[in-house]
Design a protein around this ligand. Sequence first.
Ligand SMILES: Nc1ncnc2c1ncn2[C@@H]1O[C@H](COP(=O)(O)OP(=O)(O)OP(=O)(O)O)[C@@H](O)[C@H]1O
Ligand SMILES: [Mg+2]
Length: 294
Amino acid sequence: MTPDLMRDGAARRAAYEARMAAKRAAEGPPRGGFGRPLERLEPVFTQGVALYVEDLTVSFDGFKALNALSLTVDLGELRCIIGPNGAGKTTMMDCITGKTQPDAGRLSFGSNVDLLRLAEPQIAQIGIGRKFQKPTVYEQLTVFENLELSLKADRRPRANLFARLSAEQLDRLGELLALIHLKEHAQRTAGLLSHGQKQWLEIGMLLAQDPKLLLLDEPVAGMTDEETERTGELFLSLEGRHSLVVVEHDMAFVEQLTQGRRKVTCLHEGRVLAEGRLADLQADERVVEVYLGR
Ligand SMILES: Nc1ncnc2c1ncn2[C@@H]1O[C@H](COP(=O)(O)OP(=O)(O)OP(=O)(O)O)[C@@H](O)[C@H]1O
Ligand SMILES: [Mg+2]
């Protein structure tokens, strides 16, 4: 990179940081979901709501990837998000996890934690886990070792990577292995697992951190039909204990997850186009036109 380009980049970054600092100063003390004041970092879920997304707007060079997006996800809810390519689904997850800073709007975890004030690691720390499309496991380690590392790096402040697993952690590891269908493969090197099994292992590693909210972006892409169905069963079994937000284009999978009754949200052009049961969305002309009819 030439020195003038580097200077330009540094100037742009400084201008961005100054703009964000001014914005924070203008906003005054942080506010939570629906304007409630924020006090502690520990989320409080008094209204049965895990996540508030309010008027979230993200622009990339003037193009609005999110355009005043608003939605809420309940505690323990399993919510599917659908919508055409470019609707803003991944961008929404990027905002929730602190990877992308929105231009406007609010994001609150529980009624009190302002996610826009936290950095990515803090967001993971307070209980929001994210699964990317490509599995990211330690390929050289065994399935057991991968889970062991995640358990030891749990969210408690005094977690110790070098300590032996406690009896309680060993029990939890066994539970996780059963849950992700990898009990028989515990001593296998992760690099030798199938694509679907690696995805399950990564989900297990996320669950080891006991997140309150789990974001899953196209989790069954590239899986066989059988793996997809098993993944659906796994997600259904997590409902209640975790809130799950699942972005997916595979409608058979969405059908399996919603079983005719759970709420589905369809995004389009950076906002909610329709929300309701899958059957209602399938009968909604606007949803058919921009997405399901294609
Ligand atoms: N870093 C970025 N810079 C510029 N434009 C971006 C960036 N990230 C996303 N976009 C644009 O924002 C829009 C929303 O993208 P996003 O990835 O959120 O869509 P999506 O709903 O996840 O789509 P898909 O179903 O294809 O995954 C797209 O038009 C995309 O090109
Ligand atoms: Mg996406």
